[in-house]
Design a protein around this ligand. Sequence first.
Ligand code: CIR
Length: 241
Amino acid sequence: MARCELTHLQREAIDLDLAAAQHAAYEEALARLGFAIHRLEAQPDLPDSVFVEDAAVVLDEVAVITRPGAPVRRAETVSIADALAPIRPLAHVESPGTLDGGDVLRLGSRLFVGQSARSNDEGISQLRDRLAPFGYTVTAVPVDGCLHLKSAVTQVAPDTLLVNSRWVPAAAFSGYRLIEVDPREPNGANALLGAGSVLYAASCPATASRLIAEGIDVRPLDISEISKAEGAVTCCSLLIM
Ligand code: CIR
């Protein structure tokens, strides 16, 4: 992790023991929500491999193995494809397409995909082609100022999204109820919805209060070390429901 990719952050020392403890607490929080944890082997030569979300888009009918936008991250897809092959037919994003799973927000049969420094139009178009046979629609959304679409918007309840509308146009999500992050917490739009609860960074208490006021069950997690690697709560898992 000390050699992770960084785009919007300056490099800071990461306490690896603390990072491991925070990751273990993250796993425990998912287990408490009822998820069975399938842990992949560590990949010490791939500093960003803990961010498994970026390597695949898993749906009921198919798992699309991505082609991450950062070339140094492309080898991460090998172990993810191995893990998913027994449970889903695989499809692949191919060169010159690039796609990071962090750019893919799935809302039922609709997928919103960030046009970011990591995901290009060719990658988004390939995702659309791979998923069209199953009835999914893919809508490209411009992202500006952050790493991924899900840095700027995530789902927090069936029809409700948490958004930082300075990084993504809120109009792209008309029809959904939007909760805006507290302006002091621009990184607060990444929340992980699972089994009706939301895992959420403890570093964003003002935004957490907004979620709680809307009746959302918020489970705070200290992810300070993961955040230093430009990660957040969604990126450390692939939820298969
Ligand atoms: C990267 O820059 O690729 C990693 N250091 C962080 C990836 C975070 N992934 C995510 O939010 N889906």
